[in-house]
Write a protein that binds this ligand. Structure first.
Ligand SMILES: C[S@@+](CC[C@H](N)C(=O)[O-])C[C@H]1O[C@@H](n2cnc3c(N)ncnc32)[C@H](O)[C@@H]1O
Length: 709
């Protein structure tokens, strides 16, 4: 990849775990560079790589069962069908060897076989050898940048329903393409299996599996299929996708662009052109094309395809079809990221900010080059609560990419919690101003409060901007919020500083990590929680949902004050006292600041031990000392129980499950993986990413158990 800020930024992430995102849609199951497509293996590989949405291309068998195949007639290149003589004989065109200069041929369609017959096939990498003189040779031809390694065991072709159950079990979303039939419809001629029956059958299978339309993106290249769904199944058509490759052959690009407004008027919401339709080159740079700009103008959302399909980009080919509109700036493998970056940047504008972003360019300080910080305000955020972000454009773009701004239905356990009403109230507390008090008994590990930021500010902006400039932008950030939220922010003002914004943010903001940068967030409810050195609560922050959740360390009785520690628990007493005085403006009076020397000494000692055990666990894990790490995890739990700051249970069970698996102890790995899934389900966090990860992990453990039987 060419040297530059993008390469530096990407390199800084190279060792990180993949994060699941709806911005990443698996193609043909996901792991298709290595795994036979549309199989259990490729879906699991796509899931591990972070796909939030999984694809099944849907076609039908001779007995009208729906199966996942990239095209109706690709069985000869994606399975071993030609090597099974009695099935090869049933192909539309049975295998014919290469001879006398003519290539080997075959054409085998799903509609040539019953589902039972298809289920006897083994999927393979999509390839064939045109010079083959035997069926076995014809199965070869996999390009060198892919591998047949995972096609050595038999992966079965998936039924649509099997795909639905698998993806549902993983907690992911679906995209199902109604593959344009390669046989005349109705099939067979004269029957009642028409194109609209096929289009309806696809939806019916999702309905039968109990899947909600919001989790499914239907796709088709046929405008008529979209029109059918819009009329017959409007709730499923809301996010149906019209695939568009018309400018490849049918019409000119100008006509394809002109057609976009017709689609929008007909009720289509999303178009999906291939990558080259969306970008062009201006002054040597990749920029959005006329097609992309027009689609946005007429209100269409865009999904595109397919990032993983090209061969080498650096072999002089300019990247082939998918890079055809940017071929003159495509010459190495890293250009895939340059293309993706342009699409991602464009994405930041996909959300309609309530005010035009106000940007401040920072001077370049390090090898990451210059960054632009902007003030972005959305008054729509979370049902009109609103948010002002003051951060780098790339951070805003990435947050949009992971749908942090999208309103999603809250998980069932959270709905149950909400139905009980808030477990706390805000009231005056002697000597502390306001505080948060339990209205009922709160269980250990329960989420007490869910809060979202009114203002979120990147630390670089705070560090690099001149004070008067910084205050002006932050004042504007607050003023642009909806009235109710603005009032809540102003209510946090205490005349402890000369400037109003400083007096609001200084004693009320929390630090959180967003996109690997420290940010300062103003949470108007959580800002009412007072400090204790022996807290009964702590917070966790979800970047993906931009939400803070305050969790109970221990059982909290009705009328007890809810308290968090403003400093890391292991901070020595002297530093804690000074920090609270200097930064928060109060004298620490809690038992660990004012208690007896022995009490303070004991506690400091424990907390130091807890910190050191936690660090040693990570060290032991990274060096492969798994039994030691397991022993220390149990020690850590005991020590923190004594300190009344027990580990967060689902996370603790995740860690143990992982360590036991690494140590080859399947019984305990399974036990803790189950406990982790149960724990995450019961917690009812608004961010279900951990739950999904725990489910994927349990799925992997179950699969390993199955193989060992
Ligand atoms: C995040 S606010 C907490 C809510 C605040 N009490 C209020 O009235 O909005 C932090 C401020 O609360 C006060 N505070 C928090 N914990 C305290 C404690 N343990 N003792 C005395 N004052 C405290 C300090 O004035 C501190 O700057």
């Amino acid at each position: 990849m060419d040297e530059g800020p993008l390469k530096n930024k990407l390199a800084s992430c190279s060792e990180k775990e993949m994060k699941r995102s709806d911005w990443s849609i698996s193609h043909r199951g996901g792991g298709t560079l290595q795994f036979p497509e549309h199989t259990h293996g490729s879906i699991m590989a796509g899931t591990r790589m972070g796909a939030g949405i999984q694809e099944c291309d849907v076609t039908f068998t001779k007995d009208k069962q729906l199966v996942c195949r990239h095209s109706q007639c690709d069985l000869h290149t994606t399975t071993n069908v030609v090597a099974i003589p009695e099935l090869n004989a049933k192909c539309t065109v049975p295998f014919k060897p290469a001879s006398g200069g003519s290539k080997a041929t075959a054409k085998c369609c799903t509609s040539d076989f019953t589902l039972d017959e298809i289920k006897t096939l083994c999927a393979k990498m999509d390839a064939s050898d045109a010079a083959a003189t035997t069926p076995a040779e014809y199965l070869g031809g996999t390009p060198g940048y892919r591998t047949d390694l995972y096609a050595k065991t038999c992966n079965r072709v998936l039924k649509l329903r099997e795909y639905i159950d698998l993806v549902d079990g993983l907690g992911l979303k679906f995209t199902a393409e109604l593959k344009t039939p390669e046989v005349p419809m109705p099939f067979p001629a004269g029957s009642d299996y028409t194109q609209s029956k096929f289009a309806q059958q696809l939806i019916d299978e999702f309905k039968a599996a109990g899947i909600k339309p919001q989790r499914v993106w239907l796709q088709s290249f046929l405008f008529d299929d979209l029109l059918y769904w819009i009329k017959a199944e409007p709730s499923w058509a809301k996010q149906a996708v019209l695939l568009d490759e018309s400018a490849d052959a049918a019409v000119t690009m100008a006509q394809a662009v002109a057609n976009l407004s017709n689609y929008a008027q007909a009720g289509v919401k999303i178009v999906a052109p291939p990558l080259p339709y969306l970008v062009t080159v201006e002054d040597g740079k990749i920029v959005p094309s006329e097609y992309a700009l027009t689609a946005k103008k007429v209100g269409l959302k865009i999904i595109t395809w397919s990032l993983e399909r090209s061969g080498w980009l650096g072999d002089g080919s300019g990247g082939g079809y998918y890079y055809s509109s940017i071929a003159n700036v495509t010459n190495n493998e890293g250009d895939v990221y340059n293309l993706l970056h342009v699409l991602a940047q464009d994405h930041a504008n996909a959300i309609s900010w309530t005010f035009p972003p106000k940007c401040i360019s920072q001077t370049p300080k390090n090898e990451n080059g210059s960054r632009i910080d902007c003030l972005f305000t959305s008054t729509e955020f979370r049902n009109g609560h609103g948010i002002s972000l003051v951060t780098a454009t790339i951070t805003a773009s990435n947050l949009v990419g992971v749908e942090a701004f999208a309103d999603r239905p809250i998980p069932l356990a959270a709905q149950h919690r909400d139905s009980l009403g808030p477990g706390y109230e805000i009231r005056p507390i002697q000597g502390k101003g306001q505080g948060v008090v339990a209205r009922r008994r709160i269980r250990r590990g329960e989420i007490i409060m869910v809060d979202i930021p009114a203002v979120l500010i990147g630390i670089s902006f705070l560090a690099d901007t001149k004070p008067h400039h910084r205050r002006r932008i932050l004042k504007q950030a607050i003023n642009q919020l909806p009235e109710e939220t603005r009032h809540k922010v102003h209510a946090l003002y205490r005349s402890s500083a000369q400037h109003e914004v400083d007096a609001i943010l200084g004693p009320n903001a929390n630090t959180i990590m967003v996109e690997d940068e420290v940010h300062v967030g103003l949470f108007t409810k959580a800002a009412r929680i007072n400090h204790s050195c022996r807290p009964n609560a702590y917070y966790r922050f979800s970047e993906r949902r931009l939400t803070m959740e305050v969790v109970a360390f221990s059982t909290i009785e009705q009328d007890d004050e809810i308290l968090m520690s403003y400093v890391p628990l292991e901070t020595p007493t002297e530093s804690r006292r000074n920090y609270l005085k200097e930064h928060w403006g109060f004298d620490c009076t809690c038992s660990l600041c004012r208690g007896s020397e022995t009490d303070i000494g004991d506690s400091e000692n424990w907390r130091k031990q807890i910190k050191s055990v936690k660090e040693t666990i990570l060290d032991a894990k990274s060096q492969g000392f798994f039994p030691d790490a397991i022993t220390m995890v149990h020690d850590w739990a005991k020590l923190s129980e004594w300190d009344k700051t027990p580990p967060f249970m689902p996370e603790y069970h995740d860690l143990l499950a992982d360590l036991y698996l690494l140590n080859g102890d399947m019984v305990n790995a399974t036990r803790y993986a189950r406990m982790a899934v149960d724990g995450w389900v019961r917690l009812g966090s608004v961010d279900d990413e951990h739950l999904e990860k725990a489910r994927v992990f349990l799925g992997r453990v179950d699969q390993l158990n199955e193989r060992r039987k």
